[in-house]
Design a protein around this ligand. Structure first.
Ligand SMILES: NC(=O)c1ccc[n+]([C@@H]2O[C@H](COP(=O)([O-])OP(=O)(O)OC[C@H]3O[C@@H](n4cnc5c(N)ncnc54)[C@H](OP(=O)(O)O)[C@@H]3O)[C@@H](O)[C@H]2O)c1
Length: 341
């Protein structure tokens, strides 16, 4: 009999990769993107509680809060260095004065400078999983992964990951150095990667780390119209799915999620996360979603999804949702892998 304090199951993060809890923790929202973190103490408590529940993969990036998110989690990571699998990323940056104008760098000098800055902010000697956050198409992927592999050889990084890459880019990268994980958006609302990236990852023994597995909170039913319900600096106000008529159309798509949740006495978010977790069996690869939250009650709820197994009928009822979603994942899709496959 399992109870809410039991540690969740674990899985290997790619061939030869570290063993991690089957659900990780996204830390981005603690320092950026989704409005101010009014209760920093509660966010810190989330980091501690996650570990008790068996969450071991903690996800950050140098870009989140322009280094602030790495600094925020640093004391926790140092206090639990042997238990935590620390993932961070390089490549994406912006001028803090003008954050809408973003740059992507994948060249060797940039990577070497970025890793040193991350190590310093995190206060660790080694990063467990270092991702290329976004792809700079001006630099061959082999060159980028070659520079990342140097960091492994030098003991600054243990494992390599890629975010928002195509299947072709993943194959080219894997030919240079083993890739433990691909991190890309994957949820009931965003299933594009199932066509090429997921089959390539399965074939190569690479794990999938779905980001925004709760559709940035929309799949929990906690908001409908970002433009009127969320704070003025919330990034979701720029996202076509969560604004105007699209938001109303997309909220109606949650009906089957709500029905399943009601029948099971679960939350909408738990159904969304359970669906994603089950894609591991559907596609035959390791899947470690990294839902983000700043509240322990939500963390516990999300972790509870790892104990839910949806029936074949429930999976069928959820199947048509993604195909009906109105609006793109981002306002500017040029910063994603879309259109490069
Ligand atoms: N590689 C990339 O390009 C990329 C892009 C985006 C995100 N990420 C990573 O993926 C992680 C997760 O993605 P995400 O944060 O964008 O989206 P998400 O996990 O789908 O959703 C996070 C949002 O949902 C809310 N939430 C969480 N649990 C909830 C619950 N049980 N009930 C109601 N609301 C809930 C959170 O609010 P509160 O925080 O207020 O609880 C937050 O606003 C990030 O933290 C980041 O590490 C990576």
């Amino acid at each position: 009999m399992s109870n809410s304090n039991d540690k969740m199951a674990t899985a290997a993060l790619g061939t030869g990769g570290p063993e991690v809890g089957v659900q990780g923790l996204g830390c981005m929202g603690m320092s950026s993107a989704y409005g101010p973190t009014t209760d920093q103490g509660e966010a810190r408590a989330v980091l501690e509680r996650a570990l008790e529940l068996g969450v071991t993969l903690y996800d950050t990036a140098d870009f989140y809060g322009f280094g602030e998110n790495e600094k925020f989690i640093a004391p926790f990571v140092r206090a639990h260095r042997d238990e935590v699998v620390l993932a961070t990323k390089f490549a994406l940056w912006a001028d803090p004065e003008n954050p809408q104008v973003r740059t992507i760098r994948n060249d060797r000098p940039y990577i070497r400078q970025a890793v040193e800055a991350s190590l310093q902010r995190l206060g660790v000697d080694e990063i467990d999983l270092y991702y290329m956050h976004r792809r700079d198409v001006n630099v061959p992927i082999e060159e980028t992964v070659g520079a990342m592999a140097e960091l492994v050889a030098e003991g600054k990084v243990k494992h390599l990951g890629l975010s928002e890459v195509t299947a072709g880019e993943l194959r080219a990268a894997q030919a240079v150095h083993p890739i433990a994980a691909v991190q890309s958006e994957w949820s009931l609302f965003s299933r594009d990667i199932e066509t090429h990236v997921v089959p390539a990852a399965r074939e190569l023994g690479v794990a999938l780390v779905p980001y925004s597995p709760l559709g940035r909170g929309f799949l929990t039913g906690s908001f409908v119209r970002a433009d009127s319900e969320l704070s003025s600096d919330d990034f979701r106000r720029t996202m076509p799915r969560f604004t105007g008529d699209n938001a109303e159309v997309n909220a109606a798509l949650l009906e089957p999620v709500r029905e399943i949740a009601q029948q099971r006495g679960a939350s909408l978010g738990q159904v969304a996360l359970a669906w994603l977790q089950q894609q591991a069996q559907v596609h035959g690869l390791t899947v470690v979603p990294i839902p983000g939250t700043r509240r322990r009650s939500r963390l516990e709820e999300n972790a509870g999804a790892t104990r839910i197994t949806l029936t074949a009928d429930e999976l069928t009822a959820l199947e048509p949702i993604a195909g009906k979603v109105a609006g793109g994942r981002y306002a500017d899709m040029s910063f994603t892998s879309a259109g490069r496959e």
